[in-house]
Design a protein around this ligand. Structure first.
Ligand SMILES: *Cc1c(COP(=O)(O)O)cnc(C)c1O
Length: 468
């Protein structure tokens, strides 16, 4: 059809607003939302016509617009952030929200959020209290540190520490530790924002104690050690241990800051994983200030935990950035719950899902994989070829980059349908399912999938195979 004719036939917004279906929607949502979406539908159609790429383009009838309007309004109102099923096996998957909470927390957590709380009231004196007071004693006990402060995330923690301690001064860091962490957190950039000057010493693969020593001068404000948590330099390497740095700093009367990144509180070696330096070890080594994330190996909410010597923490409390980075009651309450689980060691694995998934044994994974495979096979029949095999899962979240966690995966090949089409449909399902794709096969790693989601996965997979 002729372009001008198509444009002429576009229904007017005024007419559409008069229709009974539209009036119902205006009552349910609002006049503004309905007109906003009508304009966008009509604008998009107009662009299509003007581009003239589709010769099959038919006139936009009022009925078509109303159909789209109903669908788009409900999509717009519906929560866009939703639960997904992580089939990738990567436990601390940054794009999928890193650590999540156990069902166990639901009741206590919601009670805080749906009521007033003593967030900033000291109930023994009735006077104003600190929101950090709920966390500080538990963090001190668990880590052995003198004092603690919690901010929005670890990036904010590093920025606050540098700004409070080394603004206008030089901070010495090894060249091998100038890391970039996902989401554009780069040590040199953070340093610049803080007002401290970066002095990088040594080389990418080797830094010696003398490299730090030779660069200390009157302008030096601190020594910084960054845990290179998302990569490893292997081969001909040398770095300076935290202990060595602490000894040097004592002689020179300078603070040592350690950005630990992940921050584990329990020794994962006991559970068969590689040794990741624990927070307690860093405290014992004598670092003055240590920072780590709340939602990496700790398994809690997004947060940046700062621990260390009281005199430095006091300095940070007076920095206006502390207020700008302050955590809200959702973080205070969920982090306090997580910390209280760490105080009850016997049940910790079952209460912190990321720890449970990281330490689940291979035998259990074999059984889970077989159950998932059987369910899918039963539902999908001949349209899939499905096997299980040994493979590896990742820790994720920039933690333990080389650690390969032995797992048993379910490998699915499709007989009559392109894998990309299946993947897209799974991603757009009611509860989206995110698999791993490897060499044109679809992989589901049971490590990160809850058993109770298996039936849903099988039936959703079947649905994607039915419609052409
Ligand atoms: C992850 C990480 C950060 C950033 O932490 P967020 O909590 O994501 O802000 C900073 N430094 C190191 C070494 C990290 O591993």
């Amino acid at each position: 059809m002729d372009k001008n004719q198509l444009l002429r036939e576009i229904p007017s917004i005024d007419r559409l607003l008069q229709r009974s279906e539209t009036k119902v929607l205006i009552k349910k949502a609002s006049f503004d939302l309905v007109t906003h979406i009508l304009r966008s539908i009509i604008g998009e159609y107009r662009n299509l016509v003007l581009k003239q790429q589709d010769p099959e383009l038919t006139p936009l009838t009022e009925e078509k617009v109303i159909g789209m309007l109903i669908k788009q309004i409900s999509q717009f109102i519906e929560m866009n952030l939703k639960q997904v099923i992580n089939g990738t096996g990567t436990v601390l998957h940054t794009n999928l929200g890193r650590a999540f909470f156990s069902e166990e927390m639901k009741e206590d957590f919601f009670k805080i959020l749906s009521n007033y709380s003593n967030l900033e009231m000291d109930l023994t004196t009735g006077k104003r209290g600190s929101r950090y007071s709920h966390l500080v004693e538990k963090i001190k006990f668990l880590t052995g540190a003198e004092d603690a402060l919690v901010v929005n995330n670890n990036a904010a923690a590093v920025l606050l520490v540098l700004s409070s301690i080394a603004k206008g001064k030089e901070v010495i860091v090894s060249r091998g530790e100038l890391v970039e962490i996902g989401g554009a957190f780069r040590i040199p950039d953070v340093m610049e924002q803080s007002g401290a000057t970066l002095v990088d010493v040594g080389t990418t693969n080797k830094t010696h104690l003398r490299d730090y020593e030779e660069n200390i001068r009157d302008e030096t404000g601190a020594l910084l050690k960054v845990h290179t948590s998302n990569y490893k330099i292997v081969g001909f390497t040398k770095d300076v241990s935290l202990e060595e740095l602490v000894n040097l700093s004592k002689a020179k009367n300078l603070p040592v800051i350690e950005d630990l990144g992940s921050g584990v509180l329990i020794d994962l070696e006991k559970y068969g994983l590689a040794h990741e330096p624990t927070v307690q070890e860093s405290v014992k080594s004598g670092a003055d200030i240590i920072t780590f994330s709340g939602d990496k190996l700790l398994g809690g909410p997004q947060a940046g935990i700062i621990i260390g010597k009281k005199k430095w923490i006091d300095k940070m409390k007076n920095n206006p950035l502390t207020r700008a980075f302050r955590i809200d009651k959702m973080t205070v309450s969920s982090l306090e719950m997580i910390l209280s689980y760490y105080l009850q060691e016997d049940s910790i694995m079952s209460k912190i899902p990321s720890l449970e998934m990281l330490t689940i044994n291979y035998k259990t994974l074999e059984i889970k994989a077989k159950n998932l495979k059987d369910l899918i096979e039963k539902k999908c029949g001949d349209s899939v070829i499905i096997t299980t095999q040994e493979d590896y899962s990742k820790v994720g979240g920039g933690s333990l980059p080389l650690e390969k966690l032995k797992t048993e995966i379910v490998v699915i090949d499709f007989q009559n349908k392109a894998i990309s089409a299946v993947e897209k449909q799974l991603r757009e399902a009611r509860i989206p399912i995110i698999p791993r794709i490897h060499k044109d096969s679809m992989i589901l790693d049971p490590r990160t999938i809850k058993e109770r989601d298996f039936a849903y996965i099988a039936s959703t997979l079947k649905d994607t195979l039915i419609d052409k």
